[in-house]
Design a protein around this ligand. Structure first.
Ligand code: GAL
Length: 532
């Protein structure tokens, strides 16, 4: 948590004299942040191809510049964001209509609604911030955000202008990074517009984004670096070494599956024009091929959440939240928190689902199968099984029905553990012979009445996790990883059955809905008793 004594002062003249200040500001004499001191990799060049490390037999890489052996994914390039960032960003709901009180009032509501303590800590000011000033010249006056236990995010573009045509940072990276560090900024979202043609190959994009990565490190301030290049030039292959998250698609829109010609790609591989107006299903399916590139310290960003913006049904928003969560996407609330409905607060607040997102494995889910069925008025309809292994051996399954009719859907243990088969000669993994208890992660969704009481300020405050509630959780008091070790019931949903050896989990899933379950291996003692 940030030191509340530090202030964020953003004088008005800096806004209107942005370009002049770039010339006038001297680089502060700060200590140089050296990633190697923290055992992190240097990021000045591409790594050489994978090599076998004879000592520990794990796949490792030798950094071209330092000669150090590093293990990709073992940790973050700068030590930050080992699990995906959570917070709020104004863009989806407000675009350029931002001001100081919106940010501060949103932050206050997030504290009051328990959202901060569920992990939503970053308040990210998106594009157009240079007009969001108050009369006395301060954007975010004094230390208010940090003293609320929130962190402060800013936005710029790796181009000469931002997407809304405000000054960008291309060519001014170090000056801008130093300025943000002097404002105690904790997070940078870095866009891709007006990049002067500096894209088209992975190397060109890497070089452009790496300049800001190095600049942020040099400030000496820990700043989460959220790349927003929309998946252009395959960041899946190079961004883990220079950033903490990277957008993998064109911009999200508040629609479940409506195709839109402005979002022309249906696959992330080879997509040269990511565009915008991408639906939830479009973005989700683009994750399937590149999911292996999500790792601790580098989250693939499916874009900000649309829950609350009105374009989808309740069950579609549940799909959106569930699939973003299990894919370890950053969870950035993208709606007006001040007018949040109880139903939408209940979705954003489900601790059993957030625990999947914040799992230390920090991996994305695997789409094990997908069939095109039951098309709707847009000609879209499909069902899919997504699965993921969690840090403690638990499994996640998502039975996703994006078709236009209810369906009985099945997940076999064989599908769930497909990847544990031995390559070459098939050997059945031992997990197939176990009993798995099944926990429905939406079964304990808080009621609208409980969510309304939170919004009205008439509910209890969750200061720790000894309150016996299954609907609420305070991750500031107890981390999700610790809560899982404690078997905190708020993180487990409700047990709804089990899968026997070689068995199948079957559930009726309504149209445009998901069945989201955590599977936990039954202990051998229990199993013996079961078999008697
Ligand atoms: C887009 C970006 C959006 C938003 C917008 C602001 O490129 O993907 O998330 O930041 O620019 O203009």
């Amino acid at each position: 948590m940030q030191d509340g004594s530090k202030a964020i002062f953003i004088p008005f003249f800096i806004v209107i004299r942005w370009n002049i200040l770039r010339i006038k500001l001297k680089s502060p004499q700060r200590s140089i942040y050296d990633p190697s001191l923290a055992g992190r990799r240097s990021t000045t060049s591409f790594p050489t191809p994978p090599q076998k490390d004879d000592d520990n037999s794990s796949v490792s890489y030798v950094d071209n510049v330092t000669g150090k052996v590093i293990v990709p994914g073992a940790s973050s390039y700068n030590g930050l964001n080992l699990v995906p960032q959570m917070g709020w960003d104004n863009w989806n709901a407000f675009q350029c209509d931002v001001n100081e009180s919106l940010l501060l009032n949103t932050a206050r509501a997030m504290v009051d609604y328990g959202l901060r303590d569920l992990g939503y800590q970053y308040i990210v000011l998106d594009d157009c911030w240079s007009i969001g000033r108050n009369e006395s010249g301060y954007l975010v006056a004094d230390h208010t955000l940090h003293s609320m236990g929130m962190k402060f995010g800013m936005y710029s573009s790796a181009g000469i202008m931002t997407c809304a045509r405000y000054p960008g940072s291309l060519g001014y990276e170090q000056k801008d990074a130093d300025l943000w560090a002097s404002w105690d900024v904790d997070y940078l979202k870095y866009d891709n517009c007006f990049n002067q043609g500096q894209s088209g190959t992975p190397q060109i994009s890497f070089n452009r984004y790496n300049v800001m990565s190095q600049a942020l490190n040099k400030t000496g301030r820990p700043i989460v670096y959220a790349m927003c290049n929309w998946g252009q030039d395959s960041p899946f292959d190079w961004a883990y070494g220079i950033a903490n998250s990277g957008r993998m698609s064109g911009d999200v829109s508040d629609t479940f599956n409506r195709p839109d010609s402005r979002c022309p790609c249906t696959e992330s591989i080879g997509c040269s024009w990511p565009g915008f107006h991408c639906s939830i299903m479009n973005i989700l399916n683009k994750m399937a091929a590149v999911q292996s590139r999500t790792m601790s310290g580098y989250a693939q960003d499916l874009d900000m959440l649309e829950i609350g913006n009105g374009g989808q049904t309740d069950s579609e928003y549940v799909v959106h939240f569930s699939m973003w969560a299990i894919n370890s996407s950053p969870l950035l609330i993208g709606t007006n928190v001040l007018t949040l409905s109880p139903a939408n607060l209940a979705i954003y607040s489900n601790p059993a689902v957030i625990a999947l997102n914040q799992d230390p494995s920090a991996t994305a889910a695997i789409r094990k199968w997908r069939y095109l069925v039951n098309p709707d008025e847009f000609g879209e309809g499909e069902i899919a099984l997504w699965t993921r292994s969690l840090d403690n051996g638990d499994q996640v399954i998502a039975l996703l029905n994006a078709g236009n009719a209810s369906m009985m859907m099945n997940a076999t243990l064989n599908d769930i553990f497909l990847d544990l088969r031995t390559a070459g000669a098939y050997q059945a993994p031992p997990q197939l012979d176990e009993i798995w208890d099944v926990y429905d992660l939406w079964a304990n969704r808080m009621s609208d009445a409980e969510a309304a009481a939170i919004i009205n300020g008439t509910s209890m405050t969750v200061t720790d996790n000894t309150n016996g509630t299954v609907t609420r959780y305070n991750a500031t008091a107890t981390s999700y990883a610790q809560g899982l070790m404690n078997n905190d019931t708020a993180l487990l949903g409700a047990k709804v059955g089990s899968i026997g050896p070689m068995g199948t989990w079957s559930a009726m899933i309504p149209r445009h809905s998901v069945g989201l379950y955590r599977l936990r291996q039954r202990t051998s003692d229990l199993r013996k008793r079961d078999e008697l």
